[in-house]
Design a protein around this ligand. Structure first.
Ligand SMILES: [Zn+2]
Length: 124
């Protein structure tokens, strides 16, 4: 039977998750601003006679990198949101797959984790 986390422990993780959520949302906003700048720069370089030049291609790589970072951050944000939902429903700290308790040490490292080590390693 899964043990319930103490209220004080739950509060501590909730605070960490909320802080993480704020940080990720700020990061995403920042990426979006940078991407907007990259888009503007790209369209202003249309007059370049050679669109395949090294500078343009390195900018495209930069742009792709930013996009993938933003995607990772968005993924993480959705995990954090999901974990916060589990806090609200009282299921935080219980593996979503097998229903066993997730060790506190794991939650300390990955507060947004909603799977125990066994289930997480099976699903990946
Ligand atoms: Zn599990």
């Amino acid at each position: 039977m899964a043990r319930k986390l103490a209220k004080s422990t739950l509060d501590r993780f909730q605070k960490r998750l909320e802080a993480e959520k704020t940080r990720l949302e700020e990061l995403i906003e920042e990426y979006e601003r940078e991407l907007e700048v990259a888009r503007l720069t790209e369209s202003s370089s249309d007059r370049s006679p050679d669109p395949g030049n090294a500078e343009a291609s390195s900018m495209k790589m930069e742009y792709a990198k930013e996009l993938s970072i933003e995607q990772n951050t968005a993924d993480l944000l959705s995990k954090v949101d999901h974990a916060l939902g589990r806090v609200a429903s009282g299921d935080y700290g219980i593996c979503e797959s097998c229903g066993k308790s997730i060790p506190i040490e794991r939650l300390d490292v990955l507060p947004y984790s909603t799977l125990c080590v066994d289930c997480a390693s099976k699903s990946s």
